[in-house]
Write a protein that binds this ligand. Structure first.
Ligand code: UN1
Length: 494
C-alpha cells in the first residue's frame, strides 16, 4: 500500500474535509504508485487561510534575523536529505536524477541566500529637507501570501516563493501542482522539523479549480505568487485585480539560442542539447528555438541532429539516462500534437524524432522522442507557441539584425542566448534582445538564485523572483518621518 499524504494546516497533518483523495503515479512507469494525496476544496483552503491569518499576528513580530535562522536550518536539513528527496522527485515527475539533485540544490541555495537576507533587508535613510528631522524607509510584510506552483521544479520554485515570503514576515498557503505534491510535502516536513511555528506555512493539495481558485480569490490573501501557464496567470491577475491585491506571475517562454557565424559550433551544440532536451524540454527557460546563421547552418544542424539521435531516453533514476518522460499523459499528448503540427507544415523538415517512444518499458510511461524540425519559418506555430516538451525548431538567418528580430518574434520574453566570439555581437544581443534573462556562450537555462528571475511581455507582470528582487514581491515600503524639532515644520512650505 502506498502512503497516504495529508494536508498541512495550522501545524497539523490533516485529511481533507471532502474525504476524497487522488493518486500520484510515476510518469516513467505508471504501474508505480508514488502516493495518495488529499483532493481538497474550498473548505480546506478556508481553514488554511484562517490559520495563516492568525499566525501572521505573531510571525510578523519575530525579528527578521530570527526568522532567517530557521531558514538557515532548513537549508542544512535539505542538504542532509538531498539524495532521498531527489530520488523521490525523479520518481514523481520523471526528470533525470542529476537534474532533481539540482532542483533540491536550488532550494538549498535559496535558503542560504535568504538566511543572510534576514540580516540585511536594507531600507534607506536619507536627509530631510528640514532641520531636526530624520527619515527612513523600511520593508513591511503584507500578511497571508499564496503560492501556486508548477510541477517542473517541484521543490525549487516553492522555495523561491516561500522562503523570501517567510523572511519578510508573511505567512504562506501553498497549493502544489497535482503532479508533484510529494516534493512539496517533503519541503513542508523539513520546515516543520526546523521550527516554523504552526500556521506560518500551510499546504493544501488538489486541483486548480477546487483549491487554486478559492485561494486566489480570497480577500485575506494579500499576494498570490504563481508560476505556470499564461492562461492561468491571466486568471490569477483578474482574480486579484478587483480588490488590488498583489500578484506575481511567472509564465510561459519561447526562448531562443542564437548561433552566430563565428560561434564555437560544438559549444553551441552542447548548449542546444542541454537547453532543448534537458528536463525533457519542460522548463520555462527551455531553448525551443535555435536560430542559426546561414554560414554555419549546415554544420550546426548536422552535429545537433547527430547528438540528439544519440541521447539515451528512459527512467531518470538510471544515472546514464539523458532524458526522462513527459510529466503526464496529458502533457505528452500536448507535445505529440505539436509534433503533428510541425509535420504538417510544408516547409519545416523533420530531422529526427516526431512521435511517442514505444516498445518494452517505454509502453508503461509517457516518453516522447527528442525531435528537431529544421528550416522552420519564424511565423510557424512551432516557432511561436510554447510547447513545453522535447521539440526544437531550427531557424536560419542572414545577419545579426535579422537574427535578433527572429529571437524577439514571440509573445514571450523569459530567456535568450547568443553564441559568438565577437564581443560586439554579444553586447548587441545583451542590449537588443528583449528578455529578462540573457546568456552569452551559455544555454538559455541555468539561472542562479542570487540574480532576479523572470521575463518580459507575456512571461511576467513586471516582477522578478529570487535575488533581492523577491523582496519587492513579498514586502511593501513604509516611509517613516521623525521630527524632533518640537515645532510644526511644513514640508515643501517652510
Ligand atoms: C523554470 O523553468 O520554471 O534557469 C525554472 C533554469 C532553472 C530554473 C528554471 N534554474 O533553467
Amino acid at each position: 500500500m502506498a502512503e497516504v499524504y495529508k494536508n498541512y494546516i495550522n501545524g497539523k497533518w490533516v485529511e481533507s474535509k471532502t474525504g476524497n483523495t487522488f493518486e500520484n503515479r510515476s510518469p516513467a512507469d505508471t504501474r508505480e504508485l508514488i502516493g495518495t494525496f488529499q483532493k481538497s476544496d474550498a473548505g480546506d483552503v478556508n481553514d488554511a487561510i484562517t490559520a495563516a491569518s492568525e499566525a501572521f499576528k505573531k510571525w510578523r513580530l519575530v525579528p527578521a534575523p530570527k526568522r532567517a535562522e530557521i531558514i538557515y536550518k532548513i537549508g542544512q536539513r535539505l542538504i542532509e536529505r538531498k539524495e532521498e528527496f531527489s530520488q523521490q522527485m525523479t520518481r514523481e515527475m520523471g526528470k533525470v536524477i542529476k537534474e532533481t539533485r539540482g532542483d533540491v540544490q536550488e532550494a538549498i541555495d535559496m535558503s542560504f541566500l535568504y538566511a543572510g537576507e534576514g540580516r540585511r533587508m536594507y531600507g534607506h535613510t536619507t536627509p530631510s529637507e528640514m532641520p531636526n528631522k530624520f527619515q527612513m524607509s523600511v520593508r513591511i510584510p503584507l500578511g497571508v501570501t499564496a503560492m501556486i506552483t508548477p510541477w517542473n521544479f517541484p521543490m525549487a520554485i516553492p522555495a523561491w516563493k516561500m522562503i523570501p515570503a517567510l523572511v519578510c514576515g508573511n505567512t504562506c498557503v501553498i497549493k502544489p501542482a497535482t503532479d508533484t505534491p510529494l516534493s512539496v510535502v517533503n519541503f513542508i516536513k523539513v520546515m516543520e522539523e526546523c521550527g516554523i511555528p504552526p500556521g506560518v506555512v500551510n499546504m493544501v493539495t488538489g486541483s486548480g479549480g477546487a483549491v487554486g481558485e478559492p485561494l486566489m480569490t480570497d480577500r485575506r490573501v494579500m499576494v498570490v505568487s504563481f508560476t505556470g501557464s499564461t492562461g492561468i496567470g491571466r486568471r490569477v491577475s483578474e482574480a486579484c485585480a478587483s480588490d488590488f491585491r498583489h500578484c506575481h506571475l511567472e509564465m510561459g517562454g519561447k526562448n531562443a539560442i542564437m548561433v552566430m557565424d563565428d560561434a564555437k559550433i560544438d559549444l553551441a551544440v552542447d548548449g542546444a542539447i542541454w537547453g532543448g532536451f534537458g528536463t525533457t524540454g519542460q522548463r520555462c527557460t527551455a531553448a525551443s528555438r535555435v536560430v542559426v546563421h546561414k554560414k554555419v547552418y549546415k554544420e550546426f544542424l548536422e552535429k545537433f541532429v547527430a547528438r540528439t539521435k544519440s541521447l539515451k531516453i528512459g527512467n531518470g533514476l538510471d544515472e546514464s539516462i539523458d532524458m526522462g518522460p513527459a510529466v503526464s499523459e496529458g502533457q505528452m499528448n500536448s507535445v505529440l500534437k505539436y509534433m503533428e503540427i510541425g509535420k504538417n507544415e510544408d516547409k519545416a523538415k523533420l530531422m529526427c524524432g516526431g512521435g511517442r517512444l514505444t516498445g518494452g518499458d517505454y509502453d508503461h510511461g509517457w516518453f516522447t522522442q527528442p525531435t528537431i524540425f529544421a528550416d522552420v519559418d519564424p511565423e510557424m506555430r512551432i516557432a511561436k507557441e510554447e510547447i513545453f516538451g522535447s521539440v526544437v525548431s531550427v531557424i536560419p538567418f542572414d545577419n545579426l539584425e535579422q537574427g535578433i528580430e527572429i529571437v524577439n518574434n514571440t509573445d514571450y520574453g523569459l530567456s535568450a542566448a547568443i553564441y559568438t566570439q565577437d564581443v560586439n555581437n554579444a553586447f548587441r544581443g545583451i542590449r537588443d534582445v528583449y528578455t529578462g534573462i540573457f546568456y552569452v556562450n551559455a544555454s538559455t537555462i541555468g539561472a542562479e538564485v542570487h540574480l532576479p528571475f523572470g521575463g518580459t511581455k507575456h512571461t511576467g507582470n513586471g516582477h522578478r523572483e529570487a535575488g533581492t528582487a523577491a523582496l519587492d514581491v513579498f514586502s511593501e515600503w513604509r516611509s517613516v518621518y521623525i521630527d524632533f524639532s518640537g515645532k510644526l515644520q511644513r514640508a515643501q512650505i517652510d
